[in-house]
Write a new protein. Structure first.
Length: 94
């Protein structure tokens, strides 16, 4: 299965990320539900561009190292870490 051709891999990873948000970052998950934000809105760019448009390149290179070692789960972990880092701002947003 090609991750990008039919986007099935991306869609699966987006669903996994959404479930991980619900389980591991419940306050953020609740906030997203309250404002009607589906994580796929922002995670599509993360996963398709492999975070190149979302982080400084020196961090992207570190993520790519993890991607080679761990596989696609590194992208999901990175997404969770970013959300956790910005949790206070996310929770205060209207």
């Amino acid at each position: 299965m090609d991750y990008y051709t039919n986007m099935i891999g991306v869609i699966c990873d987006q669903r996994i990320l959404a479930e991980c948000i619900r389980q591991h970052l419940p306050k953020i998950g609740k906030k997203f539900n309250e404002v009607g934000l589906d994580p796929s809105v922002f995670s599509i760019e993360w996963f398709v561009c492999i975070f190149t448009s979302s982080m400084p390149f020196y961090l992207v290179r570190l993520l790519w190292d993890r991607l080679i070692i761990e596989g696609m789960s590194a992208l999901i972990k990175c997404g969770l870490i970013l959300l956790q880092l910005f949790e206070p701002q996310i929770l205060q947003a209207t």
